[in-house]
Design a binder for this molecule. Structure first.
Ligand SMILES: Cc1ncc(C[n+]2csc(CCOP(=O)(O)OP(=O)(O)O)c2C)c(N)n1
Length: 834
């Protein structure tokens, strides 16, 4: 236990007091740690650092208390087995280091009136965050029953990682947190998003050295290439090199010092090293590092703002190399704990049943000398309370970390300015995403500091290039003369492009969580790259709604999925994967929306609705290529409002004064599937004119499901009236067919649903050939109708034969000419608008 100089009388842990330097380097690694140079010292007075040490001891005491205790929070009586929780869950290893960082940040915030938030990369070390928010009073303000007295402390301890209460991570219930840190890897990108357009903010980001091994974190060191010191805040990374993960050493802790230093410098950071285990010297060194880092950040900022010239500086970062489970028990029997991976979670696993462990725990807790820290009532002593900043400057109460409070309503321009003219359905073509780019372009004007677009290199490729008429791509690196010709780069751009979907979505989330708006777009197949980020954000929102109602709603997480499966003419099989929306079906309907607009105006109408929503994830699937246009903007708005539309202009089952009774329902969702459905309907109406066909188009995917499951869900009555209760439904779907079955399995007519969609049958194909391979093409749909409508069968044998021949001849045409026949490419809806 690398602990503090004085010990409580009679403490069972007292024999270990004063043991320092428990991290002995393996002989082969002597150049790695510890370094031979003395630790740098700060200007702070010893008295000031002693107080900070006392505050840190209080935080560590609370961290241990919340992992172990249900009672006797101040150890006013000897520790008994009954005071210990039945199940011990939580992470000690990361906590003391995180509280150490927080303690030192408090001093800087107070002395320099900094606007600073804290992001815990290893959020599983929540005790190291919860304790500081309790000490600075923020916790008790949000949760008054966890007051700053003995009874409040007891409840504060008990609730931690306890059934029916809070989790063991920096969950949304944690005041001051915008980053749960459950899934490791996103702390730098979240911090960067928070710092964007917050010129006075410093986002202090603690990075776990295990976390630093993840792909997302490894690439997110590049955030410094996107932060403009004139109008953005700063990110101060603290790489928490506590040496171990759950059961292994970490790579960055074991590489030679010069390699680590070179790595950080190579990424453009200026590393400041704080390394050791002896608290007094570490406080000195950390105070020096924090002062140096903040001096540097403020100087960079001041110079950039004075000169008006934004260059990419070498922003400072701190490497904090301290023992895992610092100040905890040195060992349990012959098993090393402090400074080893065994300190990761609960170092003493069973003090409730093992008397020796109980004594060890008591000694450990008393080593923090709680009687020096808390008064008679159990409140933190005034001189230690005075170490926290005041009001909203406290990192537990900084309003940026409850960003919905700061959010202004998103202002969108009139979509009618960008509407595509549709003289008659299915007769003209347009690029579906292009008008959305125009809408985004003008949205920047209306939300100049609160909107950003994120994409991994594809803004123009996804046909959103109209944006560049108003703003560019932010680029803090070198410019070459040729960049002026079409690269669309600028120091002030509001579009962020980097070929790391993780980093971009992390940035967007940080931006949203601090009260702004974001729009991410990506190729469909590669949306899977950020699948778990979507999961985590959806969970965050869900928890906010149910467990942290004090968090104000934040702007929607928007993801445009473009370059979709059906138009991968040259990219082929790897670029065909419409499965991201399957994932959305797993998440709570409260927080997830999926839209499949079939044309440009529908996409505009979707954007109008979706982007204004709060506390949701919007997934909008729309291809970028030229597609047939069906609806005027007004019609599209109505269509989106309804979620599923009966396209009467394409149907022939409207029987006027007779009951409307279709023989078959042709449903579709998505651009290409809608076109193929309409082409099939046209064939049917020409070839089998006596057949009554109803055409439905689904724009809100979750309209298909039960309204109890999703707010978009259609009532059973509405659903049955559209889809009938007994007629065959041929559903042509953008994605994998099972999703439609999942969503409709409870509907009365589900047994008659026949769904076509992507079946992994693809390669380098023409659009029609790909559709035929997966049987979403017009000819296969006609065959489906013939097969499924009972009164057809052999009565339509000739039509079916012609369809089979058409499939063969169109495939053959594609293979000879390398393209679809003009008859297909130039196909238009010829039956008018009903
Ligand atoms: C992406 C991801 N993979 C695996 C895990 C499981 N996990 C939880 S903690 C941990 C070790 C983390 O080590 P580090 O980042 O160094 O944190 P610390 O040592 O501060 O606890 C792992 C692997 C996770 N949470 N996220």
């Amino acid at each position: 236990m690398s602990t503090h100089p004085s010990t409580p009388p009679g403490s069972p842990g007292s024999s270990k007091v004063g043991v320092v330097g428990v991290l002995s380097p393996p002989t082969a690694m002597t150049s790695t740690f510890p370094r031979s140079e003395p630790l740098p010292a700060s200007q702070s007075s010893p008295q000031e650092l002693e107080l900070i040490d006392a505050w840190w001891r209080a935080a560590n005491y609370l961290a241990v208390g919340m992992i172990y205790l249900v009672d006797n929070p101040l150890l006013r009586e000897p520790l008994q087995p009954d005071h210990i929780k039945n199940r011990l869950l939580g992470h000690w290893g990361s906590s003391p280091g995180q509280a150490f960082i927080w303690a030192h940040a408090n001093r800087l915030i107070r002395q320099r009136d900094l606007d600073m938030i804290y992001l815990s990369g290893p959020g599983h070390g929540a005790p190291g965050v919860l304790a500081p928010t309790y000490l600075d009073g923020s916790y008790s303000e949000v949760y008054p029953d966890k007051g700053r007295d003995e009874a409040g402390m007891r409840r504060f301890f008990k609730q931690f990682s306890f059934p029916g209460h809070i989790g063991s991570h920096c969950t949304p219930e944690t005041p001051g947190s915008i980053h749960e840190g459950g899934e490791l890897g996103y702390v730098l990108s979240h911090a960067c998003g928070a710092a964007f357009d917050n010129p006075n903010m410093i986002a202090l980001a603690c990075i776990g050295d295990g976390e630093a091994e993840t792909g997302p974190l490894a690439t997110s060191w590049h955030i410094n290439k996107f932060l403009n010191p004139i109008h953005d805040g700063a990110v101060l990374p603290v790489l928490h090199l506590n040496g171990y993960k759950i059961a292994n050493p970490t790579l960055l802790a074991r590489i030679p010092h010069h390699e680590l230093e070179s790595l950080m410098r190579g990424y453009g950071w200026e590393p400041l090293f704080v390394e050791g285990s002896e608290p007094a010297a570490m406080h000195q060194a950390m105070a020096w590092a924090m002062d140096t880092a903040i001096d540097r950040i403020l100087a960079i900022r001041a110079e950039a703002r004075r000169s008006g010239e934004a260059q990419r500086p070498y922003w400072p970062m701190i490497v904090l190399r301290s023992p895992k489970g610092w100040t905890g028990p040195a060992a349990l029997g012959d098993k090393k704990l402090e400074g080893f991976w065994r300190a990761h979670q609960v170092p003493l696993p069973d003090p409730r049943h093992d008397t020796a462990q109980l004594q060890q725990l008591e000694g450990w807790m008393k080593s923090y000398r709680p009687w020096e820290l808390f008064d008679e009532n159990g409140s933190l002593k005034p001189e230690l309370q005075a170490l926290s900043p005041q009001g909203p400057r406290r990192m537990g109460s900084n309003p940026h970390a409850n960003g919905g409070l700061l959010r202004h309503k998103l202002r969108l321009p009139q979509s009618s300015h960008y509407a595509v003219a549709v003289p008659s359905p299915g007769t003209t073509e347009a690029e579906n995403t292009y008008p959305l780019g125009q809408l985004l372009r003008d949205s920047f004007e209306l939300n100049p500091q609160t909107l950003r677009v994120f994409g991994p290199d594809e803004t123009a490729s996804n046909r959103l290039q109209a944006i560049f008429e108003r703003t560019k791509k932010v680029w803090m690196e070198e410019f070459l003369p040729e960049d002026l010709n079409g690269s669309e780069l600028s120091r002030d751009g509001r579009v962020v492009e980097m070929l790391s979907e993780h980093t971009l979505v992390g940035m967007m989330e940080g931006y949203l969580l601090t009260g702004r708006y974001g729009f991410f777009h990506t190729y469909e197949a590669f949306a899977h790259v950020i699948a778990s980020m979507f999961n985590q954000h959806a969970k965050w929102l869900e928890s906010c709604i149910h467990h942290a109602p004090w968090r104000a709603p934040i702007g929607a997480w928007n993801c445009l999925i473009s370059s979709t499966v059906w138009r991968q003419d040259h990219n082929g099989f790897t670029h065909q994967d419409p499965g991201f929306i399957d994932l959305a079906g797993n998440k709570s309907g409260e927080v997830v929306r999926v839209y499949l607009p079939a044309d440009a105006n529908s996409l505009l109408a979707v954007a109008e609705e979706a982007m204004q929503e709060t506390n949701v994830c919007n997934i909008i699937v729309s291809d970028k290529q030229k597609h047939l246009q069906y609806l005027t903007l007004d019609q599209a708005r109505q269509h989106v409002a309804k979620g599923i539309g009966l396209w009467s202009w394409a149907s022939n089952d409207d029987c006027g004064t007779q009951p409307d009774e279709p023989d078959v329902v042709m449903a579709c969702a998505g651009d290409i599937p809608s076109k193929e459905t309409l082409a099939a309907v046209e064939i049917i109406r020409r070839e089998i004119p006596y057949l009554k066909v109803r055409v439905l188009n689904v724009v809100k995917l979750f309209a298909l499901t039960d309204p109890k499951e999703h707010p978009h869900g259609l009532s059973d009555r509405d659903f049955d009236s559209l889809f009938t209760t007994d007629k065959p439904v041929i559903f042509n779907f953008h994605g994998y067919p099972w999703l439609i079955h999942r969503l409709t399995y409870r509907r009365s007519n589900h047994v008659n649903f026949h769904v076509r969609g992507y079946k992994e049958k693809g390669n380098i194909n023409t659009p029609l050939e790909l559709a035929m391979n997966n049987q979403i093409d017009r000819f296969s749909l006609v065959i489906d109708v013939i097969d499924r409508v009972p009164q057809l069968g052999s009565r339509a044998a000739h039509v079916k034969e012609r369809m089979r021949e058409a499939i063969l001849s169109h495939r053959s045409y594609a293979h000879i000419h390398g393209m679809d026949s003009p008859e297909v490419t130039n196909w238009r809806w010829t039956l008018g608008d009903g």
